[in-house]
Design a protein around this ligand. Structure first.
Ligand SMILES: CCCCCCCCCCCC(=O)SCCNC(=O)CCNC(=O)[C@H](O)C(C)(C)COP(=O)(O)OP(=O)(O)OC[C@H]1O[C@@H](n2cnc3c(N)ncnc32)[C@H](O)[C@@H]1OP(=O)(O)O
Length: 219
């Protein structure tokens, strides 16, 4: 991390329901790392039917254990570890955010076969990475909470697997509640994708009861 970095772990403008309510420890991060290992290993495998059945039983036993620790979404840790790459959310590729200034952000990401389309990054994963970095920038530097209104992604070249890609983001304009951002993803000097994004600052009534707004929509 460079001297000029103002990397926010938590932006005070964000609504409380997104704040972790218990201290996560390294064991929790390790659990999500282990889950990522399972995702990659299963993706890469062709087990015998017997081995598949045995693994399925083991995984269902883990799911049973985790269900006995279930909490509501405001209380869970997954997706809220702003201090670690991937935020302890197994869906997200592990994005290492190196710098966040008032108007720029940079990061690095390497994906494996779990996030592959066919021998290259799946086209749905690229927006996920852009959303992560651009959202971090859009909502940094004390700016009030905003939501993604659009992400227009251009795929310029195949994004290779098992290879570090660099990702950049820039705040290019603000008009009232609207924040316009641009981003790019590179394999070395090769531009593999770029993006235009709009974040719209929430009105006060949109930040109240944010978890209630979302209730029932994730089931
Ligand atoms: C995994 C772990 C996570 C862990 C949690 C961590 C969170 C990380 C961040 C995640 C953020 C997300 O991904 S959020 C998920 C993806 N996004 C969403 O679900 C958003 C759903 N949409 C909305 O909620 C709404 O549409 C908003 C808030 C975006 C905008 O609604 P609104 O507030 O009523 O806006 P409105 O007054 O109509 O418009 C304001 C201005 O913006 C313009 N505008 C609005 N939408 C658009 C649009 N799509 N394209 C062009 N322009 C637009 C309008 O023309 C207007 O311009 P003018 O007339 O003023 O010029």
């Amino acid at each position: 991390m460079t001297e000029s970095t103002t990397l926010d772990i938590w932006n005070p403008g964000w609504p409380d329901p997104f704040r972790p309510t218990v201290d996560a420890d390294d064991e929790y991060a390790d659990l999500v790392d282990a889950l990522r290992e399972v995702q990659e290993a299963v993706t890469r495998s062709l087990p015998t039917p017997e081995a598949a059945a045995e693994a399925a039983a083991t995984l269902r036993e883990v799911a049973r254990q985790m269900r006995s620790h279930e909490v509501d979404e405001d209380t869970q840790i997954a997706g809220k570890r702003w201090d670690i790459p991937g935020k302890a959310h197994a869906l997200a590729p592990v994005l290492h955010i190196d710098t966040v200034t008032d108007t720029t952000a940079t990061g690095r990401v390497t994906v494996g076969r779990f996030h592959s389309g066919r021998y290259a990054m799946n086209g749905g994963v690229t927006p996920l990475i852009f959303d992560e970095l651009l959202a971090r920038l859009a909502n940094s530097a004390g700016r009030p909470w905003g939501r993604t209104a659009y992400l227009n992604v251009n795929f310029r070249a195949l994004a290779p697997l098992h290879t570090e890609l660099t990702v950049t983001a820039e705040l290019v304009g603000q008009e009232g509640r609207k924040r316009f951002l641009r981003g790019a993803m590179y394999h070395g000097d090769i531009l593999v994708a770029d993006v235009d994004g709009l974040w719209v600052e929430l009105k006060p009534e949109q930040t109240q009861n944010i978890s209630k707004d979302l209730e029932g929509r994730d089931r």
